[in-house]
Design a protein around this ligand. Sequence first.
Ligand SMILES: [Zn+2]
Length: 498
Amino acid sequence: MSFYVTTPIYYVNAAPHLGHAYTTIAADVMARHHRQRGEDVFFLTGTDEHGEPVADAAHALGIDPQELADENAERFKALAPLLAATNDFFIRTTDPQHMLRVQEVLTRVRENGFVYEGTYEGWYCPRCADFKAENEIDEGRRCPIHHIELTREREENYFFRLSSFQEPLERLYAEREDFVAPRTRYNEALSFIRSGLRDVPLTRHKLTWGVPVPWDSEHVFYVWFDALLNYYSALTYARDEDLRGRFWPASYHLIAKDILRFHAVYWPALLMAAEIELPEHVFVHGYLLMEGEKMSKSLGNVLDPFAVIERFGADALRFYLLREVPFGQDGSVSTSSFEMRYESELANELGNLASRTIAMLGRYRAGALPAGELDPVLAGDFAGLPERVAAHLDRAELTLALDEIWQRVRRLNRYVEEQSPWQLAKDPARREDLDRVLRTLAEGLRAVTVLLWPYLPESAERLLAALGASELSLAGARFGAGRIAEVSPIEPLFPKGS
Ligand SMILES: [Zn+2]
């Protein structure tokens, strides 16, 4: 089994922000989870570096576009390890190997008869690097996304025959209802296809900052086609071997909704035109809406990923974003709700469960795990848990999977209250009961921690080390599969007032 997950490649003109962090974190959770299943995993992220906006920004600074791209790409490259993201490769569309592959694939598209020469005139947004159809132009001839005035562009271009793929795309959507998820995004893409596809420019004439068109030196490829092909080209040079046989087609492209049309319409059409197999899933997450007025004492009013990580660590940010906003929907985030979740869930629920379980084992049993049975009541509550988590993650339902796990964290806390081990410890006649409770708690804690590892990798590894059970496989997440012998003391996982 192999699993290949991608983030969009991030446009180097912007500075890394919470939205980039969000997609990268989500892709990392999926990559880590599939590694836990023993699958062959490839996780790709990177930067999109060509196109007019980069050329314009470099021009304004009086530097070469390559110099600007080099500088800005570094900031995105640095973001991944800060988030504890385990990408296998970082692609840059200025990599010569990528550019060669773009030329090769698009030459094949032309040889297959899907490219022709023509004149294009239309309303163009330089920030989108895209022409706008009449029905997607805001009042005052403005871009609905960037709210800047569109420019009238007319140029001799090569065109991609997107219109030839109307029927094949409709068939794809009929045959594979999970090609695009969530369902609202599937419907949105399908209705765009049904509204009638027109051919789109494949090249730009006036620009030089892009991948040169091999059959006409006066053109470069339109930045979107160059960018989309990263998902495919990366596999040909990320390592010494050609990885396409192992990882293509991609399992999941994670994207935000603003680039839905490119991934759900242009991309499959382009791949069909080049006779390349289509990816399995495009999953579209929502927007994180910042509520500036809800302010926390330690973070001010802007949820800046770098500030959160510096103060609370990457795990806290990963957890918060996937817990607070159902993955796939828009939702509000704020520094005050971040602090609330940090304290009430990470510190009070998971953090306390870990410290008191380990402390009680230390106090009552000198750190050694007592022999004996697990409590059958808890075994029932944990039955089938790894399978349920995996089923959610197979559909990129990251928030639902996390909620399944978190319900067990809460169950374990209730179990402590129900059993009152501190009372049992006072009565020598109840020694076996205390053994069973301590053993059950330690095993439950271990099982949820293995499942939490994709979300909270650093804390989970510390906690599993303290439990003397570092096994991370999904099979090992089954309640009762653990081999804890002895536990060692641990510092608070999520210190308060940090
Ligand atoms: Zn725009």
